[in-house]
Design a protein around this ligand. Structure first.
Ligand code: NAD
Ligand code: MG
Length: 334
Protein backbone atom coordinates (compact mmCIF):
# COMPACT_ATOMS: atom_id res chain seq x y z
CA UNK A 1 0.00 0.00 0.00
CA UNK A 2 1.26 3.49 -0.81
CA UNK A 3 -0.60 5.95 1.37
CA UNK A 4 -0.96 9.55 0.21
CA UNK A 5 1.94 11.82 1.28
CA UNK A 6 0.00 13.68 3.97
CA UNK A 7 -1.07 10.47 5.58
CA UNK A 8 2.32 8.79 5.33
CA UNK A 9 3.75 11.76 7.19
CA UNK A 10 1.16 11.45 9.91
CA UNK A 11 1.88 7.75 10.26
CA UNK A 12 5.60 8.38 10.22
CA UNK A 13 5.37 10.80 13.14
CA UNK A 14 3.30 8.44 15.22
CA UNK A 15 5.44 5.40 14.41
CA UNK A 16 8.60 7.14 15.56
CA UNK A 17 7.21 8.23 18.89
CA UNK A 18 7.99 5.85 21.77
CA UNK A 19 4.91 3.77 22.67
CA UNK A 20 4.93 5.11 26.24
CA UNK A 21 4.64 8.72 25.01
CA UNK A 22 1.82 8.10 22.55
CA UNK A 23 -1.60 9.33 23.62
CA UNK A 24 -4.75 7.62 22.37
CA UNK A 25 -6.07 9.71 19.42
CA UNK A 26 -9.30 10.24 21.36
CA UNK A 27 -7.40 12.26 23.98
CA UNK A 28 -5.01 14.03 21.66
CA UNK A 29 -5.46 17.76 21.23
CA UNK A 30 -4.76 19.39 17.85
CA UNK A 31 -1.74 21.68 17.76
CA UNK A 32 -3.93 24.79 17.85
CA UNK A 33 -5.82 23.64 20.98
CA UNK A 34 -4.64 26.65 22.99
CA UNK A 35 -6.28 29.18 20.64
CA UNK A 36 -9.74 30.60 21.22
CA UNK A 37 -12.50 28.50 19.61
CA UNK A 38 -13.49 31.18 17.08
CA UNK A 39 -9.92 31.64 15.84
CA UNK A 40 -9.50 27.90 15.41
CA UNK A 41 -12.78 27.66 13.54
CA UNK A 42 -11.84 30.53 11.23
CA UNK A 43 -8.52 28.88 10.46
CA UNK A 44 -10.17 25.63 9.53
CA UNK A 45 -12.70 27.42 7.29
CA UNK A 46 -9.83 29.03 5.40
CA UNK A 47 -8.08 25.69 5.06
CA UNK A 48 -11.27 24.14 3.73
CA UNK A 49 -12.07 26.98 1.35
CA UNK A 50 -12.37 25.08 -1.92
CA UNK A 51 -13.95 27.95 -3.85
CA UNK A 52 -11.37 27.52 -6.56
CA UNK A 53 -12.94 24.15 -7.39
CA UNK A 54 -10.94 20.97 -7.95
CA UNK A 55 -8.35 20.07 -10.59
CA UNK A 56 -9.76 18.00 -13.46
CA UNK A 57 -9.27 14.32 -12.60
CA UNK A 58 -10.86 10.96 -13.18
CA UNK A 59 -10.57 7.43 -11.78
CA UNK A 60 -12.28 4.14 -12.42
CA UNK A 61 -14.88 3.10 -9.82
CA UNK A 62 -14.77 2.58 -6.90
CA UNK A 63 -11.91 5.11 -6.71
CA UNK A 64 -9.04 5.40 -4.23
CA UNK A 65 -8.20 8.18 -1.78
CA UNK A 66 -4.50 8.13 -2.62
CA UNK A 67 -5.25 9.11 -6.24
CA UNK A 68 -7.25 12.23 -5.33
CA UNK A 69 -5.93 15.77 -5.68
CA UNK A 70 -6.26 17.19 -3.11
CA UNK A 71 -6.63 14.29 -0.67
CA UNK A 72 -9.85 14.79 1.36
CA UNK A 73 -9.86 15.84 5.01
CA UNK A 74 -11.32 13.05 7.18
CA UNK A 75 -10.62 14.79 10.48
CA UNK A 76 -7.33 12.99 11.05
CA UNK A 77 -5.72 16.11 12.55
CA UNK A 78 -8.79 17.78 14.00
CA UNK A 79 -11.46 15.47 15.39
CA UNK A 80 -11.48 15.36 19.20
CA UNK A 81 -13.55 12.66 20.90
CA UNK A 82 -15.52 13.20 24.10
CA UNK A 83 -16.54 9.62 24.96
CA UNK A 84 -19.98 9.99 23.39
CA UNK A 85 -19.96 6.42 22.01
CA UNK A 86 -17.93 4.73 24.74
CA UNK A 87 -18.07 0.95 24.48
CA UNK A 88 -20.44 0.85 21.48
CA UNK A 89 -19.87 -1.34 18.40
CA UNK A 90 -20.50 0.00 14.91
CA UNK A 91 -20.58 -1.41 11.38
CA UNK A 92 -19.96 1.26 8.74
CA UNK A 93 -20.45 0.16 5.14
CA UNK A 94 -18.21 2.05 2.73
CA UNK A 95 -16.10 2.80 5.81
CA UNK A 96 -12.84 2.69 3.85
CA UNK A 97 -12.98 6.17 2.35
CA UNK A 98 -14.74 9.49 2.13
CA UNK A 99 -17.61 10.10 4.52
CA UNK A 100 -17.34 6.54 5.88
CA UNK A 101 -13.67 7.01 6.80
CA UNK A 102 -14.41 10.29 8.57
CA UNK A 103 -17.25 8.60 10.49
CA UNK A 104 -14.97 5.69 11.42
CA UNK A 105 -12.31 8.05 12.78
CA UNK A 106 -14.86 10.09 14.72
CA UNK A 107 -16.65 7.02 16.12
CA UNK A 108 -13.35 5.45 17.24
CA UNK A 109 -12.22 8.67 18.94
CA UNK A 110 -15.64 8.77 20.68
CA UNK A 111 -14.89 5.32 22.12
CA UNK A 112 -16.56 2.91 19.66
CA UNK A 113 -15.14 -0.25 18.10
CA UNK A 114 -15.65 -0.20 14.33
CA UNK A 115 -16.19 -2.78 11.57
CA UNK A 116 -15.37 -1.39 8.13
CA UNK A 117 -17.31 -2.62 5.08
CA UNK A 118 -15.75 -2.03 1.63
CA UNK A 119 -15.19 -3.48 -1.82
CA UNK A 120 -12.19 -5.83 -2.22
CA UNK A 121 -10.57 -3.37 -4.69
CA UNK A 122 -10.39 -0.85 -1.85
CA UNK A 123 -8.16 -2.90 0.44
CA UNK A 124 -5.53 -0.14 0.72
CA UNK A 125 -8.12 2.47 1.74
CA UNK A 126 -9.71 0.07 4.23
CA UNK A 127 -6.33 -0.64 5.85
CA UNK A 128 -5.64 3.07 6.14
CA UNK A 129 -8.96 3.60 7.96
CA UNK A 130 -8.31 0.56 10.15
CA UNK A 131 -5.00 2.16 11.17
CA UNK A 132 -6.79 5.31 12.35
CA UNK A 133 -9.32 3.27 14.36
CA UNK A 134 -6.53 1.31 16.03
CA UNK A 135 -4.50 4.45 16.77
CA UNK A 136 -7.57 5.76 18.60
CA UNK A 137 -7.15 2.76 20.91
CA UNK A 138 -10.23 0.95 19.59
CA UNK A 139 -10.81 -2.41 17.91
CA UNK A 140 -11.21 -2.38 14.13
CA UNK A 141 -12.47 -5.21 11.93
CA UNK A 142 -12.28 -5.40 8.12
CA UNK A 143 -15.33 -6.90 6.37
CA UNK A 144 -14.86 -6.78 2.59
CA UNK A 145 -17.66 -7.72 0.20
CA UNK A 146 -19.75 -6.52 -2.72
CA UNK A 147 -23.13 -5.74 -1.16
CA UNK A 148 -25.15 -6.10 -4.35
CA UNK A 149 -26.51 -9.46 -3.20
CA UNK A 150 -28.37 -10.43 -0.05
CA UNK A 151 -26.06 -13.24 0.96
CA UNK A 152 -23.05 -10.90 1.08
CA UNK A 153 -25.02 -8.38 3.15
CA UNK A 154 -25.85 -11.12 5.65
CA UNK A 155 -22.24 -12.36 5.72
CA UNK A 156 -20.86 -8.83 6.27
CA UNK A 157 -23.21 -8.25 9.22
CA UNK A 158 -22.39 -11.68 10.67
CA UNK A 159 -18.63 -11.03 10.44
CA UNK A 160 -19.02 -7.59 12.02
CA UNK A 161 -21.07 -9.04 14.89
CA UNK A 162 -18.56 -11.87 15.32
CA UNK A 163 -15.54 -9.58 15.20
CA UNK A 164 -16.94 -6.93 17.55
CA UNK A 165 -18.85 -9.25 19.88
CA UNK A 166 -22.20 -7.63 19.01
CA UNK A 167 -23.63 -4.58 17.26
CA UNK A 168 -25.05 -1.27 18.50
CA UNK A 169 -24.82 0.99 15.44
CA UNK A 170 -25.36 0.20 11.74
CA UNK A 171 -24.26 2.95 9.34
CA UNK A 172 -25.60 2.23 5.84
CA UNK A 173 -23.16 4.42 3.97
CA UNK A 174 -22.02 2.42 0.91
CA UNK A 175 -23.35 4.06 -2.24
CA UNK A 176 -22.82 4.29 -5.96
CA UNK A 177 -23.78 6.56 -8.83
CA UNK A 178 -22.79 6.96 -12.45
CA UNK A 179 -22.80 10.36 -14.08
CA UNK A 180 -20.96 9.81 -17.35
CA UNK A 181 -23.78 8.61 -19.54
CA UNK A 182 -25.27 11.92 -20.62
CA UNK A 183 -28.21 13.75 -19.12
CA UNK A 184 -31.63 12.34 -18.63
CA UNK A 185 -33.46 9.15 -19.34
CA UNK A 186 -31.54 8.39 -22.58
CA UNK A 187 -28.25 8.15 -20.69
CA UNK A 188 -29.36 5.33 -18.38
CA UNK A 189 -27.47 2.07 -18.90
CA UNK A 190 -28.81 -1.23 -17.52
CA UNK A 191 -25.60 -2.33 -15.77
CA UNK A 192 -25.27 0.98 -13.93
CA UNK A 193 -28.95 1.24 -12.99
CA UNK A 194 -28.82 -2.31 -11.64
CA UNK A 195 -25.73 -1.52 -9.54
CA UNK A 196 -27.19 1.75 -8.26
CA UNK A 197 -30.46 0.15 -7.14
CA UNK A 198 -28.83 -2.92 -5.61
CA UNK A 199 -26.09 -1.00 -3.79
CA UNK A 200 -28.08 1.97 -2.56
CA UNK A 201 -31.46 0.41 -1.88
CA UNK A 202 -31.58 -3.40 -1.88
CA UNK A 203 -28.43 -3.68 0.23
CA UNK A 204 -29.78 -1.29 2.86
CA UNK A 205 -32.91 -3.43 3.23
CA UNK A 206 -30.86 -6.63 3.57
CA UNK A 207 -28.33 -5.05 5.94
CA UNK A 208 -31.10 -3.72 8.19
CA UNK A 209 -32.82 -7.10 8.12
CA UNK A 210 -29.63 -8.93 9.05
CA UNK A 211 -28.61 -6.43 11.74
CA UNK A 212 -32.00 -5.99 13.39
CA UNK A 213 -31.92 -9.15 15.60
CA UNK A 214 -28.58 -8.01 17.05
CA UNK A 215 -29.70 -4.48 17.98
CA UNK A 216 -31.01 -3.74 21.46
CA UNK A 217 -32.47 -0.77 23.29
CA UNK A 218 -30.32 2.33 22.69
CA UNK A 219 -29.01 0.99 19.39
CA UNK A 220 -29.44 2.94 16.17
CA UNK A 221 -29.35 2.76 12.38
CA UNK A 222 -28.04 5.71 10.36
CA UNK A 223 -28.31 5.77 6.57
CA UNK A 224 -26.50 8.11 4.19
CA UNK A 225 -29.03 9.63 1.81
CA UNK A 226 -28.32 12.81 -0.20
CA UNK A 227 -29.31 16.32 -1.22
CA UNK A 228 -30.33 14.48 -4.40
CA UNK A 229 -33.43 13.27 -2.55
CA UNK A 230 -34.65 16.91 -2.42
CA UNK A 231 -32.99 18.65 -5.34
CA UNK A 232 -32.41 15.90 -7.93
CA UNK A 233 -30.10 16.29 -10.94
CA UNK A 234 -31.41 14.93 -14.27
CA UNK A 235 -28.01 13.28 -14.77
CA UNK A 236 -28.60 11.15 -11.63
CA UNK A 237 -32.20 9.98 -12.17
CA UNK A 238 -31.72 6.50 -10.71
CA UNK A 239 -29.39 7.55 -7.88
CA UNK A 240 -31.63 10.41 -6.74
CA UNK A 241 -34.64 8.07 -6.68
CA UNK A 242 -32.81 5.60 -4.40
CA UNK A 243 -31.87 8.39 -1.99
CA UNK A 244 -35.47 9.64 -1.83
CA UNK A 245 -36.54 6.05 -1.14
CA UNK A 246 -34.00 5.84 1.71
CA UNK A 247 -35.50 8.95 3.33
CA UNK A 248 -38.88 7.22 3.22
CA UNK A 249 -37.38 3.99 4.57
CA UNK A 250 -35.81 5.91 7.46
CA UNK A 251 -39.18 7.22 8.67
CA UNK A 252 -40.90 3.88 8.16
CA UNK A 253 -38.19 1.82 9.86
CA UNK A 254 -38.11 4.28 12.77
CA UNK A 255 -41.80 3.51 13.30
CA UNK A 256 -41.18 -0.23 13.05
CA UNK A 257 -38.18 -0.40 15.40
CA UNK A 258 -39.13 2.40 17.83
CA UNK A 259 -41.07 0.05 20.14
CA UNK A 260 -37.81 -1.91 20.63
CA UNK A 261 -35.96 1.30 21.63
CA UNK A 262 -34.00 1.37 18.39
CA UNK A 263 -33.63 4.77 16.68
CA UNK A 264 -33.42 5.10 12.90
CA UNK A 265 -32.13 8.27 11.23
CA UNK A 266 -30.36 9.49 8.11
CA UNK A 267 -27.81 12.08 7.06
CA UNK A 268 -28.30 13.86 3.72
CA UNK A 269 -24.96 15.28 2.59
CA UNK A 270 -24.57 17.92 -0.08
CA UNK A 271 -21.53 17.84 -2.40
CA UNK A 272 -18.64 16.29 -0.46
CA UNK A 273 -15.10 15.76 -1.78
CA UNK A 274 -14.67 11.94 -1.82
CA UNK A 275 -13.41 9.23 -4.24
CA UNK A 276 -16.99 8.67 -5.46
CA UNK A 277 -16.80 11.94 -7.39
CA UNK A 278 -13.72 11.51 -9.61
CA UNK A 279 -14.65 7.80 -9.97
CA UNK A 280 -18.13 8.36 -11.37
CA UNK A 281 -18.34 11.89 -12.82
CA UNK A 282 -16.97 13.60 -15.89
CA UNK A 283 -14.02 15.93 -15.33
CA UNK A 284 -16.07 18.98 -16.33
CA UNK A 285 -18.35 18.60 -13.31
CA UNK A 286 -15.37 17.96 -11.00
CA UNK A 287 -13.89 21.37 -11.67
CA UNK A 288 -16.98 23.18 -10.40
CA UNK A 289 -18.09 20.53 -7.88
CA UNK A 290 -19.88 22.21 -4.95
CA UNK A 291 -19.75 25.73 -6.36
CA UNK A 292 -23.56 25.93 -6.60
CA UNK A 293 -24.13 25.69 -2.83
CA UNK A 294 -24.87 28.79 -0.72
CA UNK A 295 -21.47 28.34 0.98
CA UNK A 296 -19.95 28.22 -2.50
CA UNK A 297 -17.79 25.15 -2.06
CA UNK A 298 -17.85 21.38 -1.60
CA UNK A 299 -17.66 20.04 1.94
CA UNK A 300 -14.99 17.74 3.32
CA UNK A 301 -15.84 14.35 4.87
CA UNK A 302 -14.65 15.71 8.23
CA UNK A 303 -17.46 18.25 8.12
CA UNK A 304 -20.14 15.54 7.79
CA UNK A 305 -18.96 13.06 10.45
CA UNK A 306 -20.21 15.02 13.52
CA UNK A 307 -23.80 14.58 12.30
CA UNK A 308 -23.38 10.79 12.53
CA UNK A 309 -21.82 11.06 15.99
CA UNK A 310 -24.80 13.08 17.20
CA UNK A 311 -27.35 10.66 15.75
CA UNK A 312 -25.46 7.61 17.08
CA UNK A 313 -25.11 8.98 20.60
CA UNK A 314 -27.67 7.30 22.89
CA UNK A 315 -27.47 10.29 25.26
CA UNK A 316 -27.38 13.26 22.87
CA UNK A 317 -29.97 11.92 20.41
CA UNK A 318 -32.08 9.81 22.80
CA UNK A 319 -35.36 11.28 21.44
CA UNK A 320 -34.24 11.73 17.82
CA UNK A 321 -35.62 9.10 15.44
CA UNK A 322 -37.12 9.13 11.96
CA UNK A 323 -35.27 12.29 11.01
CA UNK A 324 -32.98 13.21 8.10
CA UNK A 325 -30.22 15.63 9.02
CA UNK A 326 -28.98 17.73 6.10
CA UNK A 327 -25.28 18.65 5.86
CA UNK A 328 -25.50 20.44 2.56
CA UNK A 329 -23.56 23.71 2.59
CA UNK A 330 -26.88 25.54 2.71
CA UNK A 331 -28.97 23.70 0.10
CA UNK A 332 -32.54 23.16 1.27
CA UNK A 333 -33.62 19.76 2.55
CA UNK A 334 -37.35 20.49 2.50
P1 NAD B 1 -16.74 6.96 -1.25
O1 NAD B 1 -16.45 6.49 -2.61
O2 NAD B 1 -15.62 7.34 -0.37
O3 NAD B 1 -17.61 5.90 -0.46
C1 NAD B 1 -18.56 5.08 -1.06
C2 NAD B 1 -18.23 3.68 -0.62
O4 NAD B 1 -19.31 2.83 -0.99
C3 NAD B 1 -17.00 3.10 -1.28
O5 NAD B 1 -15.85 3.38 -0.53
C4 NAD B 1 -17.31 1.61 -1.31
O6 NAD B 1 -16.63 0.96 -0.27
C5 NAD B 1 -18.78 1.55 -1.01
N1 NAD B 1 -19.48 0.76 -2.03
C6 NAD B 1 -19.93 1.17 -3.24
N2 NAD B 1 -20.51 0.14 -3.88
C7 NAD B 1 -20.44 -0.92 -3.04
C8 NAD B 1 -20.87 -2.27 -3.13
N3 NAD B 1 -21.54 -2.73 -4.20
N4 NAD B 1 -20.61 -3.09 -2.09
C9 NAD B 1 -19.95 -2.65 -1.01
N5 NAD B 1 -19.54 -1.38 -0.85
C10 NAD B 1 -19.78 -0.54 -1.87
O7 NAD B 1 -17.75 8.18 -1.43
P2 NAD B 1 -18.67 8.95 -0.37
O8 NAD B 1 -19.08 10.18 -1.08
O9 NAD B 1 -18.04 9.06 0.95
O10 NAD B 1 -19.96 8.03 -0.31
C11 NAD B 1 -20.56 7.64 0.92
C12 NAD B 1 -22.06 7.84 0.82
O11 NAD B 1 -22.34 9.22 0.74
C13 NAD B 1 -22.73 7.20 -0.39
O12 NAD B 1 -23.93 6.57 0.01
C14 NAD B 1 -23.05 8.38 -1.27
O13 NAD B 1 -24.16 8.13 -2.10
C15 NAD B 1 -23.35 9.41 -0.22
N6 NAD B 1 -23.30 10.81 -0.66
C16 NAD B 1 -22.15 11.33 -1.14
C17 NAD B 1 -22.13 12.66 -1.52
C18 NAD B 1 -20.89 13.28 -2.06
O14 NAD B 1 -20.97 14.38 -2.63
N7 NAD B 1 -19.73 12.68 -1.91
C19 NAD B 1 -23.27 13.44 -1.43
C20 NAD B 1 -24.43 12.87 -0.93
C21 NAD B 1 -24.43 11.55 -0.55
MG1 MG C 1 -13.85 3.77 -1.09
Amino acid sequence: MTPEPEQSERQHESQHQPESQRQPESQRQPESAGEPEVARHAESMVRRDDKGGFPAQQQDPPGLTSRMHPVPDHGEDTYIGHGRLEGLRALITGGDSGIGRAVAIAFAREGADVAIGYLPDEQSDAEETLGWVERAGRKGVLVPGDLVDRETCRRVVAQAVGGLGGLDILVNNAGYHWDRGGDGIEGLQPEHVERVLRTNLHAVLWLCQAASPHLGTGASIITTTSIQAYDPSPALLDYAATKAALNNLTVNLAAALGPRGIRVNAVAPGPIWTPLQPATRGTDTIETFGADTPLGRAGQPAEVAPAYVFLASPADASYVSGTVLGVTGGKATL
